[in-house]
Design a protein around this ligand. Structure first.
Ligand SMILES: Cc1cc2nc3c(=O)[nH]c(=O)nc-3n(C[C@H](O)[C@H](O)[C@H](O)COP(=O)(O)OP(=O)(O)OC[C@H]3O[C@@H](n4cnc5c(N)ncnc54)[C@H](O)[C@@H]3O)c2cc1C
Length: 276
């Protein structure tokens, strides 16, 4: 390994979001003999409205206000099951193993596929700098560029050296263990056998990648629980990033959230309608 790789922020890649089949809705409306059209800007919002209107057969005489008002009412009365039809898939990179341990606690309406520490070589793994230490990191970088040696910069230097040592230890362990693996194991199985033990020295801040899918209701719950001021700072930062990446894809579903600044420099997500 030539350099210590540090991650300063998560990357949220939106892989998929619900798209409707307009023909299906049209066929249904023709069959029922009702003219209806939604002014929704996005399919996840439109789908939730269709699902809600089926419940009360309310296509004929919609109240004023369009999709925004309709979904606002759904949230107000807590009829959240209609939000479960839409789904959103993300590839999250630049997140720590500690974070994903918290993420996967969300089960209902969620699906996950995570990079394996048994199959994938972690010799060059990056480490996520905890948000509380980003200021230290900035001072450390200035120190390395010839600037002032501050206490925080020195502390960060110690932290980085420990990560460096862990990475080296991982590589040495993986190599030694692979040489001692049972003779009947070959190729990938042999490497897996070594890596599954060598990973024991990787810290919680080791970078990982995970694909996460949420239905619309589960996404809201995740944003509320993990975007809260009481949530851990790294997962809170992720929740805000996920919300920002998705807002344009489902403004009706997610437009009631506001990202408010917090004293720690992060932001929290707040909404008048929690756990719909
Ligand atoms: C600030 C914070 C601190 C935390 N601290 C800890 C901690 O110290 N230790 C710890 O172990 N966990 C902790 N957690 C995790 C927390 O307890 C939940 O496991 C996690 O937030 C997932 O949320 P959820 O239980 O609502 O599950 P989700 O899967 O997100 O479920 C959504 C909702 O569906 C319903 N539901 C889901 N599964 C079931 C079920 N099996 N039975 C009945 N209803 C269900 C519930 O209404 C639930 O709220 C913490 C979470 C936060 C946000």
């Amino acid at each position: 390994m030539d350099e210590l790789r540090l991650v300063l922020a998560p990357r949220v890649y939106v892989l998929a979001a619900t798209e409707m089949t307009p023909e299906g809705v049209h066929e249904y409306l023709v069959a029922r003999g009702v003219p209806w059209g939604s002014d929704a800007e996005a399919d996840p919002d439109r789908l939730a409205e269709v699902a809600g209107r089926v419940c009360y057969d309310s296509f004929k005489a919609p109240r004023p206000g369009g999709n925004a008002a309709y979904l606002g009412h759904i949230k107000e009365v807590g009829h959240g099951s209609v939000l479960e039809h839409a789904s959103f898939s993300y590839l999250l990179d630049g997140v720590s193993r500690t974070l994903t341990h918290e993420l996967v606690r969300h089960r209902a309406g969620c699906a996950y596929s995570q990079e394996s520490q048994r199959y994938v070589d972690a010799s060059g793994v990056a480490f996520v700098v905890p948000p509380a230490m980003l200021g230290w990191h900035a001072e450390w970088q200035r120190m390395k560029a010839g600037g002032q040696v501050t206490v925080r910069a020195a502390r960060f230097d110690e932290w980085a050296l420990r990560r460096w040592a862990e990475q080296g230890e991982y590589s040495r362990l993986a190599e030694l263990l692979a040489s001692e693996a049972p003779a009947e194991l070959e190729g990938t199985e042999r490497r897996k056998w070594a890596r599954q033990a060598a990973r024991s020295v990787l810290p919680g801040c080791a970078n990982t990648r995970i694909v996460a899918t949420f239905n619309g209701r589960a996404l809201r719950h995740f944003l509320e629980m993990r975007g809260s001021r009481h949530a851990e700072a790294e997962v809170r930062r992720l929740a805000v990033a996920v919300w920002e990446a998705t807002l344009g894809l489902a403004p009706g579903l997610l437009g009631d959230y506001e990202a408010r600044p917090l004293p720690d420099g992060g932001r929290e997500l707040v909404t008048p309608w929690r756990k719909v």
